[in-house]
Design a protein around this ligand. Structure first.
Ligand SMILES: Cc1cc2nc3c(=O)[nH]c(=O)nc-3n(C[C@H](O)[C@H](O)[C@H](O)COP(=O)(O)O)c2cc1C
Length: 364
């Protein structure tokens, strides 16, 4: 199976399956001289790891990341310094329960990758979804941690802005409370509403979708290119590659189709410091495929988890019509843990373009 690599200069290859002994990634192209500790990477992995609240899968994984290559330890400290050679990172799988999946070995969960995967490869590691499992995204989060270190002046953050039909009130947006609730929710008033909604969903054995917003501050003007390496094109592709993502918006996204040119124009003035100032950011910080220096804003929609306890009609690998009811430990709303994954993918896309911009123009 090919197509496990993304990026041009910050080039990430991930490997591993849900129920294999371990998974990980190799980042080729990471510049030399970047200092990092495993604890710094672990911070991001801990945000994604399962079992942290009743609203996510109860699989218990430490998701402890180890850096195997591409770094040299600094004397008498935990600090590692990148050498410019491939950085390999590994996360062991420790809490697999392959037996939970024996029922779906030959049956296809509607909405999951089972049927399409079998159609393509003719062989499928059904245990935990194999390579289609979002466990693979732990490796991306590790790569994202390194990507952040490539561009220290850039801050990438994410928040859950909608679960099912319940959206946050954007007027209440407070980044400081994101880490204080189980949803990465920026609106304190929405937290109890999501809690009670998700409890109902979970008790019913059902699932629900969500919308995540990721933003980057401190991105200089100039990242991207006018056509085949548009920054928005690559961000959309990176976010779309996350499991269960069915839609991506940059800036005001689909709203741009509903408003006039006057309202959509991001008007400009010269600020007191003599630098350009934008009066709005409908474009999400990208115009003509190139960053404008404004905040980069993207949103993505994830579908409801397809592994649900409610019976759904399907077929099996022997051509029988069957009803499928999926047991096991599943996220009732995969959008929650998709927040740190979205942040990581945005960081990787930006780091790649940051290095490409530096390579082509010599600036930054
Ligand atoms: C963080 C995260 C956790 C996920 N957990 C589950 C899960 O527990 N059960 C499940 O059926 N799908 C889960 N998914 C979604 C599947 O991996 C995904 O739907 C499947 O691979 C089919 O791909 P597609 O939805 O992109 O078409 C998860 C996705 C994410 C982002």
């Amino acid at each position: 199976m090919s197509h496990n690599t993304f990026g041009h200069l910050f080039r990430v290859t991930t490997w591993g399956e849900s129920h294999g002994p371990a998974l990980g990634c190799i980042v080729d192209g990471c510049p030399p001289g970047i200092t990092i500790t495993e604890a710094e990477l672990q911070h991001w992995l801990d945000k994604r790891k399962p079992g942290q609240s009743r609203f996510v899968t109860q699989r218990r994984e430490a998701d402890a990341v180890r850096i195997l290559s591409g770094v040299m330890p600094q004397e008498n400290s935990d600090v590692l310094i990148t050498t410019g050679t491939p950085v390999s990172m590994m996360i062991e799988n420790t809490d697999q329960r392959s037996k939970d999946y024996s029922d779906i070995a030959r049956s296809y969960r509607p909405g999951h990758a089972d049927y399409s995967y079998d159609s393509k490869y003719g062989i499928r590691d059904y245990r935990g979804g194999g390579r289609s499992s979002a466990r693979e995204t732990a490796a991306r989060v590790a790569a994202g941690g390194l990507a952040r270190k490539v561009m220290p002046e850039v801050t990438v953050r994410g928040a859950l802005v909608q679960i099912g039909k319940i959206a946050i009130n954007r007027d209440n947006w407070d980044w400081d409370i994101i880490g204080d609730n189980p949803f990465f929710c920026p609106d304190p008033d929405t937290v109890p509403r999501w809690e009670s909604h998700l409890d109902d969903v979970r008790k019913a054995g059902s699932s629900v979708g969500a919308v995540i917003e990721v933003v980057a501050d401190g991105v200089a003007a100039g990242l991207g290119a006018p056509i085949y390496a548009k920054l928005d094109q690559d961000i959309a592709s990176y976010l779309m590659s996350i499991n269960a993502v069915k839609g991506v918006e940059i800036g005001n996204g689909f709203e741009a189709a509903r408003i006039t040119g006057e309202d959509n124009a991001d008007e400009m003035r010269i600020g007191a410091d003599g630098e350009p100032v934008f009066l709005s950011n409908n474009a999400g910080g990208i115009a003509g495929g190139i960053s404008t220096g404004q905040q980069i804003v993207a949103r993505f929609a994830v579908k409801p988890t397809s592994s649900i306890l409610t019976e759904r009609r399907s077929i099996d690998a022997d051509g029988n019509e069957i009803d499928v009811r999926t047991k096991g430990r599943h996220d009732p709303c995969v959008g929650i843990r998709a927040v740190p994954i979205g942040e990581a993918m945005l960081a990787c896309a930006l780091a790649d373009h940051y290095l490409r911009h530096r390579g082509q123009t010599g600036r930054i």
